[in-house]
Structures are given as structure tokens and as C-alpha cells.
Write a protein that binds this ligand. Structure first.
Ligand code: UD1
Ligand code: M6R
Length: 380
């Protein structure tokens, strides 16, 4: 019943090279670099004219919004805010008719998100859904939207919904900025990146065996940090959520720029610190965070770019005066293929999904049914 896999979660992790293609099917044209989202066609003028976009969601779906914010800002030039639905409802912030609110939910039945939707509808804002389950409350109650078409997600820990939500949001950002000539080249680069993503996801899945072995050696740890910056901040938060919700290890996602403002005090020998260090424009900042961690004997585990700069070795050789070759063997590193900066999240998160999965399994927990949690949180 789990298609030959021990758990739904692993099956769903392995489905991602296919599920992201299903999200793009019929919507992206790779020849003329265009995007069509049938559900939004009649609403584009209103959305493009909005004075603000507010993204609202919970848990993993919130992380996909956070991950997409940078690109929305870059491509649309519309101010974006990202809201955790329950906190948004607690505050009841000002909201206007010329705001566009985007609600992201796998199930489409999350109570907090639905209450936030009601609040925004009552204020006359344009309410757009990004939903997996067709016919769900959120899909029906929003004015328009996009189904992510990832297929049923059974595991409580969300995996393929995250990557498909992110792809759907990237396509939205591309669509909203279609009329902006200055973004033409950037948009083409991203569309081409989306075209080669599935094969790269399959490559990341080949890391499964080494991730399993690493999980075996990490399973008795009671805490760990997951560090990221820029696009990878959301990846760090989502990776930490995956680890904590199924392996019950206290994992915290931290923005690298915040390290010196407090969390650095936690760093000591034997504390596992997962550092997302794939190559992008913030590489220097990442390199400096690596030095901050290694010089305090923290135990980094790297997610880096295949054939990319040897960040750990570089940072370590600077710190200890060792040469690169000596340092190279020291740390665990998961190497993932490179893609366009804003799509790297999709490849990197897979590593953390697999790590969370294997930590749970090695500790004897069922990753499909974490204690105290339900797949859809339908009460507030
Ligand atoms: C639609 C069909 C798809 C078909 C395609 C052919 C459905 C569900 N989808 O896909 O089977 O292959 O046309 O062109 O029949 N919506 C919301 N809120 C949401 C999500 C969606 O209101 O959160 C609305 C959309 O605005 C749209 C409708 O639901 O009116 C279907 O959305 P979607 O499935 O994303 O549209 P298409 O991709 O065009
Ligand atoms: O169905 P939704 O996307 O609205 O659910 C939101 C969260 O409850 C959900 O993403 C939750 O955080 C997952 N269990 C995380 O894996």
C-alpha cells in the first residue's frame, strides 16, 4: 500500500521529481518562456495593481511562503508580507481592498488559515489560494487560485507539498511580473531552471544511503541547529521543523546573520550544526558563519554545491592554518547539484527531509504518525 516503501513519508519524498513536474504541467512553456495559470487568468490585472501582497499560512506551508518572498519582491516590486495565520488572527492587522492575500495550504482545511481567510474576505481584499486538495474549503472559499497538483500527501510531515507549493509560488511570481521588461532575462533563467529541476531532484535522492548512515551516527543527539541565510533561511526553518516533528530532536532553524546575536553561545564541541552552504550571492556571509562555528569546535554537517567552492575547507584552513587537503576529510558533507539561486531550496530541502526521516526511523519512531500531531489541524 505504500508502493514498496516502508513509510508514506519516504514514498512521498521519492515522488518529488515527478510531483513538481505535475505542478508545472500545462502551465509552463519552456519554448517561449511563458507561464499560464488558468485559475488566475481573469484576476491578473487586479493582482498586479495591488499595493501589497500578504501571504498567510501555517507550518510547512508558511515556510514555502517565506521561501518565495525574496523572489516576489525581486520580480514584482510589490511590498510583500508573510504571516503565520494564527498570529495574524491574534493581531487583526489593518487590511485593505487593494491588498492581495495569498493563502497557502496542503489540506485546504487548516482552521487558522480559514479564519484568516474569512477576515480578509470581510475586508474586501483579493483572496487567492494555493492548495493541494481540490474541493477543500480553502479552494472553494478563495476567489481564485492554483491547485498544486502534487497528488495525495498521507504522511503527517509535509514533503512533496512543500516543494510543489514553492514551484507554484515561483510560477505566480513569474506570471505577476510578465509585463516587466527589465525582468525578462531573469525570468527566462528561472523558467529554464524549472525545466531541469526534476532530474536534479533525482540526483539528490541518490544521497539517501549516505544520509541514512549519517542519521545512524547522529540519532543520539538531543539537539541540533540548522543554519541558513537568504533563500536558505526558509530551508533551515523547514528542515528544523521536519527533524523535530518526527525525530523529537530539538532542532532550531537559525538565520546565519543572527548567530552572533545570541545562538553562537550554544555552540560547543559535539553540537551538530547543519549548515546550508550551497553557492549563492551570500557565500561570503556563509563562509564567515562556518568559521564562527568551526573555531568554537561545533560539529558542522554541510549541504554544499557539487563542484562548488569548498566552503568548509576554505573556512577551516583559514581558521587553523591547515591546508585544504588536510581539512577535507573532517566533516560530513552532502553535495547537491547547483541550480538557479531561487530554486536551490527545492534541492536542499530534500536532504533535510531525508535526514529527518532517517533520524526518526533510527530512533524507532513511525515518521508517518508523529505523536500529538494530526495531518490537518481543523481546530484552533
Ligand atoms: C483546470 C482543471 C484541470 C484541467 C485544466 C485544463 C480543475 C480542478 N482543474 O486546471 O483539471 O486539466 O483546467 O485547462 O478542474 N481555485 C480557487 N482557489 C484555490 C485553487 C483554485 O479558487 O485555492 C480555482 C481557480 O481559480 C480555478 C479553479 O479553481 O477557477 C481550478 O484551479 P486550477 O486547478 O489551478 O486550474 P487549472 O490549472 O486551469
Ligand atoms: O494543510 P496545511 O498546509 O494548511 O497545514 C499546515 C501545517 O499544519 C502543516 O504544514 C504542518 O506544519 C506539517 N505537519 C509540517 O510537516
Amino acid at each position: 500500500k505504500r508502493g514498496g516503501y516502508d513509510h508514506f513519508m519516504l514514498k512521498e519524498i521519492y515522488e518529488q521529481p515527478e510531483s513538481i513536474v505535475n505542478t508545472m504541467r500545462g502551465r509552463l512553456n519552456f519554448e517561449n518562456h511563458s507561464v499560464k495559470l488558468g485559475g488566475l487568468s481573469n484576476y491578473l490585472t487586479t493582482i498586479r495593481r495591488s499595493r501589497r501582497i500578504v501571504m498567510i499560512a501555517c507550518g510547512t506551508s508558511y515556510h514555502s511562503c517565506l521561501a518565495a518572498r525574496d523572489l516576489f519582491e525581486e520580480l514584482t516590486d510589490i511590498p510583500i508580507s508573510v504571516e503565520v495565520a494564527s498570529y495574524f488572527i491574534d493581531r487583526k492587522p489593518p487590511l485593505f481592498r487593494d491588498d492581495t492575500c495569498i493563502f497557502v495550504s496542503q489540506s485546504g482545511e487548516t482552521a487558522d488559515t480559514l479564519v484568516a481567510l474569512k477576515y480578509c474576505l470581510e475586508r474586501g481584499a483579493m483572496c487567492v489560494g494555493v492548495v493541494n486538495v481540490v474541493g477543500s474549503s480553502l479552494s472553494r472559499l478563495t476567489m481564485c487560485g492554483v491547485h498544486i497538483n502534487a497528488g495525495p500527501e498521507i504522511g503527517v510531515a509535509s514533503t512533496k507539498a512543500f516543494t510543489s507549493q514553492y514551484v507554484a509560488l515561483v510560477m505566480m511570481a513569474l506570471l505577476f511580473s510578465e509585463d516587466r521588461l527589465s525582468k525578462l532575462q531573469r525570468r527566462q533563467e528561472i523558467i529554464e531552471g524549472l525545466g531541469t529541476l526534476s532530474a536534479k531532484l533525482s540526483e539528490v535522492l541518490e544521497l539517501n544511503d549516505v544520509i541514512e548512515k549519517t542519521a545512524e551516527s547522529m540519532k543520539d543527539k538531543t539537539k541540533m541547529l540548522v543554519l541558513g541565510s537568504g533563500y536558505q533561511y526558509a530551508t533551515a526553518l523547514e528542515g528544523a521543523l521536519k527533524i523535530k516533528e518526527i525525530s523529537y530532536i530539538l532542532a532550531e532553524g537559525i538565520l546565519m546573520g543572527e548567530l552572533k546575536h545570541g545562538p553562537l553561545a550554544l555552540v560547543e564541541k559535539d553540537l551538530p550544526i547543519i549548515m546550508i552552504a550551497t553557492k549563492d550571492k551570500l557565500f561570503d556571509l556563509v563562509s564567515s558563519s562556518v568559521s564562527q562555528v568551526t573555531s568554537r569546535l561545533g560539529e558542522p554537517v554541510f549541504i554544499t554545491s557539487k563542484n562548488g567552492p569548498r566552503i568548509a575547507e576554505h573556512a577551516k584552513s583559514v581558521a587553523d592554518g591547515k591546508n585544504d587537503a588536510d581539512a577535507k576529510a573532517d566533516y560530513v558533507r552532502f553535495e547537491v547539484p547547483e541550480t538557479v539561486d531561487c530554486l536551490q531550496t527545492i534541492l536542499n530541502i530534500l536532504v533535510l527531509q531525508m535526514l529527518g526521516y532517517w533520524l526518526a526511523v533510527k530512533k524507532g519512531y513511525d515518521p508517518d504518525f508523529p505523536r500529538n500531531l494530526a495531518k490537518a489541524v481543523t481546530t484552533r
